[in-house]
Write a new protein. Structure first.
Ligand SMILES: Nc1ncnc2c1ncn2[C@@H]1O[C@H](COP(=O)(O)OP(=O)(O)OP(=O)(O)O)[C@@H](O)[C@H]1O
Ligand SMILES: C[C@H](N)[C@H](N)CCCCCC(=O)O
Ligand SMILES: [Mg+2]
Length: 227
């Protein structure tokens, strides 16, 4: 089964929450799921994985792959890899990220890769999340919020995917902080981008397997996602 890159229109739009939900529902369907967060940043957790995203994703996938494969590089400041590099003199290591991804694809049927920030988050001067997706040769799903302002962000994101010739499977609306009515936003985004909306996810009160499985099974067009 083809791996998927879960990208977003921005940081904090819910890529981790959506990737976790997809990991649970696909695992419950019998897919051997692995997860990856190629680059992570922020304040490191004191116990377990440095990145909280990696902890959430690994728990959702029931995967226990080594941290150096799942998250090859962690920057201890909340910034893009490029900015962290300039500030901390820690150069982003793309070859290791790509080789780690390759190893993970040999360990699992499907890898869900979570991006970092929006798709134009810079890794090196002329290398962005878009370039990473292209080198991984996998399709992407775009997570967007429903808050006013999302139409602009989503169109810009899709247009950049077109410019980089990145296949987009679909858009998932993360309706956790209420904005446009989802029905209207779904119609508008599909008409304006030509990309299918795979569904929308409400505010998730409970991140248990049972809750995520129920919510994602009900709200996401899994057939279209896996087509
Ligand atoms: N569907 C949801 N239900 C409830 N809370 C949510 C939902 N989606 C996102 N959140 C809230 O928004 C915060 C940011 O979401 P998340 O960490 O998934 O964003 P992200 O896009 O992965 O960010 P980053 O770019 O840092 O990886 C979460 O910590 C949570 O508090
Ligand atoms: C620290 C934060 N939560 C993300 N992990 C990193 C977001 C990078 C954003 C780059 C930018 O400013 O666009
Ligand atoms: Mg995240």
């Amino acid at each position: 089964m083809k791996s998927l890159f879960i990208a977003g229109t921005d940081t904090d739009v819910g890529k981790t929450y959506i990737t976790a939900g997809l990991a649970v529902v696909l695992r419950k369907m019998g897919v051997d799921i692995g997860v990856m967060k190629p680059f992570a940043a922020g304040s490191a957790q004191k116990k377990g994985y440095k990145s909280e995203d990696v902890e959430i994703l690994s728990r959702a996938a029931h995967a226990c792959d080594p941290e150096n494969l799942v998250n090859p590089q962690f920057f201890p400041i909340p910034a893009s890899p490029y900015t962290a590099w300039k500030k901390l003199k820690i150069k982003p290591r793309i070859p290791i990220v790509l080789s780690s991804f390759k190893k993970l694809t040999k360990l699992h049927e499907m890898i869900l890769v979570e991006g970092m920030g929006g798709i134009m988050t810079p890794i090196l001067k002329d290398y962005f999340i878009t370039n990473l997706i292209k080198e991984m040769k996998i399709p992407t799903v775009i997570v967007t919020r429903s808050k006013v302002g999302t139409v602009n962000h989503t169109i810009m994101t899709i247009k950049m995917c077109e410019k980089y010739k990145i296949p987009v499977k679909g858009i998932i609306i993360n309706d956790f902080d209420k904005g446009y009515p989802v029905k209207d936003l779904t119609k508008d985004l599909q008409n304006l981008t030509g990309v299918p909306v795979l569904g929308s996810i409400p505010f998730i009160k409970d991140m248990s397997d049972e809750s995520l499985n129920r919510i994602f099974k009900k709200n996401i067009n899994l057939k279209l996602l896996l087509k």
